[in-house]
Design a protein around this ligand. Sequence first.
Ligand code: SAH
Ligand code: SF4
Ligand code: F3S
Length: 439
Amino acid sequence: MTAPKKLFIKTYGCQMNVYDSERMAEALGGQGYVETKSADDADMILLNTCHIREKAAEKVYSELGRFKGLKAEKPDLKIGVAGCVAQAEGEEIMRRQPLVDLVVGPQSYHRLPEMEAKTRAGEKALDTDFPEEDKFEKLKTRPKASRGPTAFLTVQEGCDKFCAFCVVPYTRGAEVSRPADRILAEARDLVERGVREITLLGQNVNAYHGAGADGDMTLAQLIWALDKIDGLERIRFTTSHPNDMGDDLIAAHGACSKLMPYLHLPVQSGSDRILKRMNRSHTAESYLRLIERIRAARPDILMSGDFIVGFPEETEADFQATMDLIEEVNYGYAYSFKYSTRPGTPAAERAQVDEDVKSERLQRLQTLITRQQRAAQDSMVGKEVSVLFEKPGRQKGQMGGKSEYLHAVHVEDAGIEVGDIRKVRVIASGSNSLSGELV
Ligand code: SAH
Ligand code: SF4
Ligand code: F3S
């Protein structure tokens, strides 16, 4: 028997890329590859890339440059670029970095085995099509290996919203929802392999409208179907768009006990003028009213968001409106970014805000967000939370996991096992996590 070939995958970007990397490893598993944690002993290196901001895309080229020595030592080593940079730049990648053998876009991962064979024959392989066939159907999962207690599951992909700053509609294509029966089968399979928490993924996950037995299903209907799976204890979903937060989904937050009280609902800006220029088709006011309704259904829900500062033409008054909105919502968590021009998107052509101004605004915004985050975490002290334990903590004898609000929690106790869900009383709030004791 020949020794298995080794595959090293490095994943950048969003959770969907994490999910995709697992699928690519499975697809190449059929070609005799096993995963390795080090690039040095790999026969194939795959970078699963992100194109969302300029820095993310540039990282890929500096990483590729570092493989030069490795490839010189090992001529049989194949190097591939997958993900959103692959989709956006295609052949250009091979031109800019000739040591790349393979470029594959996110819609073509099921074609990886043929592409790999092509590289073994000494040819370059490129595929950035948006094929007709269903890649998820073709990416049949491998023999059942047991796995950790949490998993991602892609239910919807692509985006039709075309926010003026964003590359996703171009790199991931039009919005497509997977049929409900396939998702449910995949969820059952995950649960059989030890998964207790599933995070449903989509660039616009709450726009889900996959085929069900009686016509298209909403995300809320899908969640209720998942709720019936014995052994599945927790359901989460990300990322949502404010305009797709249906009444049934809001109601599910109050009624479905497996649906966790955490919601990531990006708003991007608090200025209506900027929101309009961003093509977001919601206002600051409509977003605030929406959060009121969500909190009416589930008062303890922890809200998180995304913010872009320094979008073209953003004035100090516009930025102040964003700060006011943050004050009003009171976030438990948030991601914030300086606007980054993306070639081919409408906002790239507009009058840009000075880099210094962007940096200064980002700093002010992050100071406010950090304060809110801290307060949300500190407010857990003395409360009882439920924790799904995922792995041993940093210190010996500790186990770490996540509360229903997604706070990291660690507990000193030798008796806890990975996959356990236990009631924990929070006793202290540290810099990035809570500590507690079993109830
Ligand atoms: N589909 C999700 C997330 C898309 S990308 C959504 O609609 O919210 C994740 C985040 O990256 C976005 O929410 C936005 O805040 C940020 N982002 C996207 N394009 C950007 C750009 N050109 N510059 C800076 N941040 C950007
Ligand atoms: Fe990008 Fe907007 Fe679509 Fe989100 S909704 S993926 S920000 S275009
Ligand atoms: Fe990045 Fe593509 Fe995800 S651009 S954020 S990897 S969808």
